[in-house]
Each structure stands twice: as C-alpha cells, then as structure tokens.
Design a protein. Structure first.
Length: 193
C-alpha cells in the first residue's frame, strides 16, 4: 500500500506540472520528439500511441515513424486487460475513443499483435534511471508488454524533467531500457540497477 500511495502522489504532481507547460513549449517538444522518432533505426512494425491530456508529443510521432518506412500500430482500448491494436494509416483515419484517446478506425488486431513490433513507444508520466515507469495507473501497458518479443526495443516517451532518480516499483512493473525525450532523444536507462 505505501508504494501505491507514493505512486498516486507522483501522478498528481506530474499531472499538475504538465498542465502548467505553455503551449509553445509543448509544440516545440512535440516537434523535437517527432524528429527523434523519425530517426530511430526501425524498418518494420512499430507500436506507438497518440499523446493526450498533456502527454509529450503529438500525432506527428506516428507520422514520422510511418514516413520512415514503418507500419505503425496504435492502441485500441477494450475491457481491462492487454491492449488491442489498429494500424495507423493517417491522422484523418483516427476516431475519438475511451479515455479521450484517438484510435485507428480500421480493423482491430488482437493483443498478440504487439509481438510483431521491433520498437514499442510507451506512454509514461515519468521514468527513473533504472527504467521503472510510472503510468497512468490503469495497467494496460503492464498487461501488454509481457506479450512483446524479448528483442523488442521498449522506449518511454517523457519530457526531459520526467526522467527522475527513483520511482516506487512493484513486482508486476516491467522496466523499460530506453527513454525518448525532446532534448536528449533516445536515452539508455539501466534496468540492471
């Protein structure tokens, strides 16, 4: 229980901080994240997401990945459990969905589709230097990442100040070995700490 209380305090603090980010800074960070995503060395399937509610980035990340020759899967929410997926074919093919998300309006793929991805971009409120990720708390990604192939490159997308020294960790948490930030781009973390 103390770990969960700590996580709730972290979530409240970071959500409040994100609300204070000026639109001009948010736009500059989104541009930088899209440029960095477009330079990631991938050539196949990539799982990404469309940021919402103050998350860093924009739909331009999915566009950059697609422009670099990747096929991009975006999450499709269903009942609590692992995420379902849909292929991103452009911003005009997104529809509003649960939790304020934007989802592809095409065919829905099973949760196991995540196993096709060589790169998985994961939303987070923060990540620590060990790769411990603080999510929104619904557990969708915790249930999904276990279905990824062991060789998939996992990378959280956060603002520069959201890479922190230490976050509370629970046994079900999957450590993420990379962070993608607006200033540093892809940054290795150390899941073995």
């Amino acid at each position: 229980m103390p770990e969960e209380i700590d996580k709730q305090a972290w979530r409240a603090t970071i959500r409040a901080r994100r609300l204070q980010v000026p639109d001009s800074v948010r736009a500059a960070e989104a541009t930088a994240l899209a440029a960095a995503a477009g330079r990631l060395e991938t050539a196949g399937w990539v799982c990404a997401y469309v940021p919402v509610r103050g998350e860093p980035g924009s739909v331009a990340i999915a566009e950059a990945l697609r422009a670099a020759g990747n096929r991009v899967l975006l999450p499709v929410t269903r009942e609590t459990g692992p995420l379902y997926w849909g292929e991103y074919t452009g911003a005009d093919a997104l529809r509003p969905a649960r939790y304020g998300l934007l989802e592809p309006d095409g065919p829905v793929l099973s949760p196991e589709a995540v196993a096709t991805a060589e790169l998985i971009l994961v939303p987070a409120l923060a990540v620590d230097r060990r790769g411990v990720r603080l999510g929104q708390g619904a557990g969708y990604y915790d249930r999904t990442l276990g279905l990824a192939t062991p060789t998939a490159r996992l990378m959280v997308v956060v603002r520069d100040d959201e890479v922190v020294e230490h976050l509370p960790e629970e046994p079900h948490d999957i450590r993420i070995p990379w962070a993608l930030t607006p200033t540093a781009g892809p940054t290795p973390l150390d899941p073995h700490l």
